[in-house]
Design a protein around this ligand. Sequence first.
Ligand SMILES: *Cc1c(COP(=O)(O)O)cnc(C)c1O
Length: 365
Amino acid sequence: MSEFIPPAKPIIGDEEREAVDRVMRSGMVAQGPEVAAFEAEFSEHFVQGRPAVAVNSGTAGLHLGLLAAGVGPGDEVIVPSFTFAATGNSVALTGATPVFVDIEPETFSIAPEAVAAAITDKTRGILPVHLYGHPARMRELEAIAAERGVALYEDAAQAHGASLDGRPVGTWGEWAMFSLYPTKNMTSGEGGMVSTATAEVARRVKLLRNQGMERQYENEIVGFNARMTDIHAAIGRVQLTKVDAWTKTRQDNAAFLDANLQGVIVPPVAEGAVHVYHQYTIRVAEDRDGFVKALKEEYGVGAGVYYPIPNHRLPSLAPYAPGLELPETERAAREVVSLPVHPSLSQGDLDRIVAAVNAVAKAGA
Ligand SMILES: *Cc1c(COP(=O)(O)O)cnc(C)c1O
């Protein structure tokens, strides 16, 4: 069997190593000028100059964004269940209640009708996830939020550069979080970026990031240490110069898979949406786990399942959703398979992925 094709592969080059070395030699490694420069560059690159605040993980970004928006005990925040646990966790960590709603089957993101139906007088905000790099139904969600007087936030952890009708993700909500974890579309090692609609929300995220201090030792509020280091920011700044080319390669890889896969359901793209293919996710209705196993063991193709257990079925978060049934969420959790789409794939890898998927799909049909 030929070499294993991994489901994800972070790309760290000489420029990133040199940038780290430069910061190390400066002797100043904690949050400083590299973080400030990274925030400014990220803001221009992805969110049309909105304020952007760097933190030490995407999860911290969600948590601090919610707290900065005033979410706390007694509040409800509407979230998808079909997402990484960090989405539901961050709401629970504020003391608020995550209210899980179902997804629409095409985009895998929360269904606007389900969101509208879940709003109560305790609802503080809606936190959609741009899952797999495809934008959520932001027009409809924005209209619902405005009509019902609730806030809109964004989990853009997987969606750097995605957009809807020409408007980038990260510019719709009161705040939005991008993850910079190594397997995401770009990385800083670990890290997150929070873009905000207003300078005031940005100020609160900054306070929460640094013990509630704007001026040294004059702590205004109770806060965390969620600072990014200059070492991580230096990596992120280099990645920012490369991410557009990587995204283009992801999109080209996805187009090749779309054109050549047979016998499986390829990922749809909504009208007006730019998909950045953090994942290329197909559906396999029968024996998904056997399908993944065959790809791996017979063909050396590393496929992933994101996510096999929805948030509302996890032991940690299930207590927030007693007896809840979300049919499309549960069907997606049973059917999804993410194929390698990352920018390190060669044409030979892509040919092997197509041949493997088509063979396994045919054998199972
Ligand atoms: C990765 C991810 C997060 C968390 O980001 P970290 O940087 O790993 O803390 C949150 N939500 C989603 C949808 C993610 O994919």
